[in-house]
Write a protein that binds this ligand. Sequence first.
Ligand SMILES: [Zn+2]
Length: 156
Amino acid sequence: MHCPFCRHDGSRVVDSRTSDDGLAIRRRRECPACGRRYTTIETASLSIRKRSGAVEPFSRSKVIVGVRRACQGRPVSNDDLALLAHKVEETIRATGQAIVDSHEVGLAILGPLRELDEVAYLRFASVYSNFNSLEDFERAIADLRTAHAGRPVARA
Ligand SMILES: [Zn+2]
């Protein structure tokens, strides 16, 4: 990496620290030529292979865009969406793969979305899993009911 000030090739690391979420390392660097300091951020490469075969960098904002559509009219805040996207990224990074199928991103969204809002979950699942009959919805709703049976009811 070249110094952003004088383009000198090479630098000395003066400080390294892991970001709060553990997904990135920030390094404070000093250029031996001009003496100025700058910061670099290092993350493990994570790419998504789309159904078309095209590969693109993983993007939390794309996850949010997809999920927000399913959340229209639901009591879901931007913070909720940001947290969900964060969980999705952690799940995908936990696989340790550098390239992950977009299908797996959808799977990683289903769990936290179900925790967040069940109506949005059903909407998302219906598109993602190609629900094409009432029976598909009935099965998904039955699954949600079963899950409810196993935990205390805490809703109005
Ligand atoms: Zn420099």
